[in-house]
Design a protein around this ligand. Structure first.
Ligand code: FAD
Length: 445
């Protein structure tokens, strides 16, 4: 093989990471990209998502931001409030994201982010989607990865060979489990003890409540916090929908780590969890139709010993699942794809068939991304602990810092903290590869 564009890329999973990866490789000129996805279509959960400037930078380069932006809503300020009273603890203005970081901080519907990435992929003849097709097992990791797949369309499982295997198969990643087990390595789930309700309220449901309408019509994200629980909310879909996402004690899932991670929740239980929250929150929760309460277990794992084996690499939630408190999970998964495409396109022409070079190249991806993503995962966990404090000295100190409104450059809610925003939003993951690839590659024995 004389051209990196001829490398056969197999991607497992068409979530945010898989879609971003496929598009990034196509944009780099790769001609043979197959995406294998268990689900029969994109089928994204009805929920909102934040798209901070660091991921908008990547989406813009991938040529799909223009479409996504049409339905996106800017976040120009954030209000952190006492859940029980609705009293404002801090108000952080962020009207100048574009000026500071070159790109806006937006919110959107998950389906519009996924749809924008998918439509971008559909314009690329190099990408082939294989829906209804699951990875059963990795048969070999190197020199050429071979995978066993099962398609709903045929009875017998079948084998596929690729040059590089990229596993964006999410938090329950089968590839991760098999990879680490075959390497004799272990990894640990880190019990977050937290679960989330995801709620979308439509303008029609809110139209007779002026307080609710005010929230829907502004460019503001609101976080209502309380002991061991909080709610973050913001408008999406051009202010037509108000999205609420909660974090609260994981009482309904206790012990169920391997079975199902999503349950249909009960409205009564949701009201008990947020029973101490203010009337405005109660009124919004009351708009959720009975039978439409959905609850997610929030899962993460400790830093993995490796993301790479042979000619295969993990990406996204498969290797750095995070709590959502920093709104960076999907952003990091999409960035991973851009970094991988940039790294793999740097394999010299005479080394394309050299398995060792391929492994080293994937290791560069891991070495560039692991410290950064670990920092963000830790910051999200830290933020959760601070937001969920109960009465006491630590909470008093936190609230004192909140009252400073970020003027000192620091807010206890790391997502709203100007210092953390600067670190994350100015991060250009592709530029980092361009600047550091050779040095990091050379450092690998
Ligand atoms: C409540 C909540 C709020 C969040 N808010 C934000 C936010 O505001 N901003 C943000 O950036 N992130 C946010 N996140 C995080 C974000 O949703 C995830 O980090 C992101 O979706 C991970 O993408 P992924 O592609 O790695 O995994 P997934 O999106 O989980 O995709 C994995 C895909 O792989 C497929 N798959 C799995 N196994 C197989 C197999 N064996 N064969 C074939 N296909 C397979 C699955 O069907 C799935 O489609 C939030 C998460 C939660 C829970």
């Amino acid at each position: 093989m004389a051209d990196f564009r001829d490398l056969r890329i197999a991607i497992i999973g068409a979530g945010m990471g898989g879609l971003g990866t496929a598009l990034a490789f196509a944009k780099k000129g790769f001609k043979n990209i197959n995406v294998y996805e268990t689900a029969s279509n994109l089928g994204f959960v009805g929920a909102g998502i934040q798209m901070p400037p660091n991921v908008v930078r990547v989406l813009d380069r991938l040529g799909c931001w223009e479409e996504i932006e049409k339905e996106a809503t800017d976040v120009k300020e954030t209000s952190i409030r006492q859940g029980s009273t609705d009293e404002e603890l801090a108000h952080v203005f962020m009207p100048d994201m574009r000026e500071k970081y070159g790109f806006p901080h937006c919110t959107g519907h998950r389906s519009s982010l996924a749809g924008g990435l998918y439509n971008g992929c559909l314009k690329e003849p190099a990408i082939k989607f294989n829906f209804g097709t699951s990875l059963v097992r990795v048969l070999s990791w190197a020199p050429k990865p071979r995978i066993l797949l099962k398609s709903r369309a045929q009875d017998e499982p079948f084998e596929v060979e690729a040059d590089i295997l990229l596993a964006s198969d999410g938090i329950k990643s089968l590839t991760r489990t098999q990879m680490l087990s075959e390497l004799g390595l272990t990894y640990e789930e880190a019990d977050t003890g937290q679960a989330a309700y995801r709620i979308m309220l439509h303008r029609d449901q809110m139209k007779d409540d002026p307080e609710m309408l005010a929230l829907l019509d502004c460019d503001m994200a609101v976080r209502w916090i309380g002991e061991r629980r909080h709610i973050i909310a913001y408008p999406v879909s051009g202010h037509k929908i108000y999205n609420l996402s909660t974090a609260h004690p994981d009482t309904n899932f206790a012990g169920a780590t391997n079975a199902t991670y999503t349950t249909r929740g009960e409205k009564k239980a949701m009201f008990e969890v947020f029973g101490t929250f203010c009337p405005l929150v109660q009124r919004m929760l009351d708009l959720v139709p009975e039978g439409e309460v959905c609850e997610w277990k929030l899962r993460i794992h400790k830093t993995l010993p490796t993301w790479v084996h042979g000619s295969a690499a993990l990406l996204g939630d498969a290797c750095h699942a995070t709590l959502p408190h920093l709104s960076q999970g999907a952003a990091m998964a999409i960035e991973d794809g851009a970094v991988l495409a940039e790294c793999v396109s740097r394999i010299p022409a005479d080394k394309l068939d050299d398995a060792e070079t391929v492994t080293k190249t994937l290791k560069v991806f891991e070495m560039l991304r692991k410290p950064y993503t670990t920092t963000l995962v830790d910051l999200a966990s830290h933020s959760g602990r601070v937001l969920h404090l109960g009465e006491g000295k630590a909470k008093e100190e936190r609230d004192r810092l909140f009252r400073d409104n970020g003027k000192s450059g620091v807010v206890p809610d790391k997502w709203a903290s100007p210092d953390v925003q600067k670190m994350i939003y100015s991060h250009d993951c592709v530029k980092e590869v361009i600047e550091k690839f050779d040095e990091v590659f050379a450092s690998i024995a």
